[in-house]
Design a protein around this ligand. Sequence first.
Ligand SMILES: [Zn+2]
Length: 307
Amino acid sequence: MSRYNSEEALTKASLVASQEQLFRCPICKSSMRVNRLSSLDCSNGHCFDISKHGYVNLLPRPSKSKYDKSLFVSRSMISNSGFFDPLIEYVCDLLIRRRESHSEIQTLLDAGCGEGSHLRSIISNLEERPGRKRYLGTGIDIAKEGILLASKASPDLVWCVADLANSPFADRQFDAIVNILSPSNYAEFGRLLKEDGVLIKVIPGKSYLQELRELLYGRKSRERDSSGHTIGLFSRYFELIETKEIRYRKRLSPEESSLLVQMTPLAWGASPELKMSDNLPRELEVTVDFTVLYGKPKPVPAAEESI
Ligand SMILES: [Zn+2]
């Protein structure tokens, strides 16, 4: 490693050091300190390396992710094309609404952040708004490939490879948690949020990319509508303040259509042949359809359950 790269790695590790109060050991739950800007150690001697890119791998054991690098690269490119912008704008409206009466520095966790595009977009959107406050953005995902891309693209945010079911954060650390198109662990969200914190969960609506699905699977293909089940579970753990459908149209180039197919194959159960489909039209207009759930913790947590 060159001297320059070495200094750069130290700068990135110092960001984790400045936020060490966020963490607790995923093995023994004790507090953690950054040691020599090279690892995050708990008081019982469990050590987790800080990578040269600045992210921390807090998985007690390596985990095999079902998502590979190409999926995260596709999602990053789609995100950069503005595909999610109206959704991000609304998520930021909700975050702004909450912050008016709160402290100058806001802590925000993206639970299941993947390659970090959404968190990056949210932080830059918020910081461009009037009366801006500082945001400390933290992203967590079990997929190391995603976190590696995230830490390279946004070294100014905190990134962790970790298991949401056993998250490496101390109680009551976050003003807000966003959970976008990713599984939830509501018991953990309740533990991690400050008492007056907020949870924003985004799920696909039933019309999400229906035109693309029909092309690939035929006219009868429909997104499974599980929003009722998700809202029910959300409401068991959180007080649901607001539900909003965000629906818009997006014109896609063949390349963008292909990227979308690549980034969502598992959700659709597509076969490899379909994923490789080169029969996509030159231009396709699709429906983008999300449901956004916005809530705050209930005073008494219910039994643990995940979806
Ligand atoms: Zn420990």
